[in-house]
Design a protein around this ligand. Sequence first.
Ligand code: ZN
Length: 268
Amino acid sequence: MPELPDIENDRRLLDRQARRKIIRAVEVADDRVLRKLSPAEFRRGTIGRRIVSSRRHGKHLLVGLDKGGWITLHFGMTGALVACKSESELPPFTRLRLELSGGSALCYTDPRRLGHIGLAEDADQFIAAERLGPDALDPRLTLARFRTIVEGARGNAKSVLMDQSRIAGIGNTYGDEILFQARLHPELPIRHLDAAAITRLYRAMRRVLKEAVARGAGSENFVDHLPASYLLRHRQTGGHCPRCGGPIAMLRIGGRAAYYCPRCQPLA
Ligand SMILES: [Zn+2]
């Protein structure tokens, strides 16, 4: 599932491929991706407009258009941006293609079709309406602010990290990695974290997300490019902890599989 690092790399792809270009046409291959908007409404809001900026907040990507307004993209479980060419064959599972000036195009692909694309007048209002907490990599999310967020939360560490209304951008996969790097059990009640553990969690969150962006999150075989010390390379039943060599365990939290090392991440 795309999380902050994958979507940050989608944002960079968008900047490289589409920034300063004009949207010449929009091909809607599956209008369900637009939810309440009709393809005609989406075209009216986008065709002839120049892409001037991009912004990511958590798992949302916002594409700024000249004369105001934004295209909003959410990637669901399997969404991604793919660079392609105008009038070429659509990549598999393309739901929407933006045809750009200069003959290039960007395709939004989504096999499982749980993502969606929309339009927003104002980026800040959109983020507020989605009830998103601060982005996990926002420089304004200082350790002090993170501590306030954690101290105000209930529930286990994994659920709190994944709660988009508290901190935006972390999902199941990076949640496991961050907790592994911080040596915290996923079911540890967040209220039991002392100041040192909160600091460890904050630093692991920043380090893991930045590292994943830098190493090409979202690209093929990306996990192989992560440091050997990362849980993600061993995150499966029968896997072994890269730190102690012990077996990786799995439990379910909120219906999702959480992988961890019982030895390195004790509950108490
Ligand atoms: Zn271990």
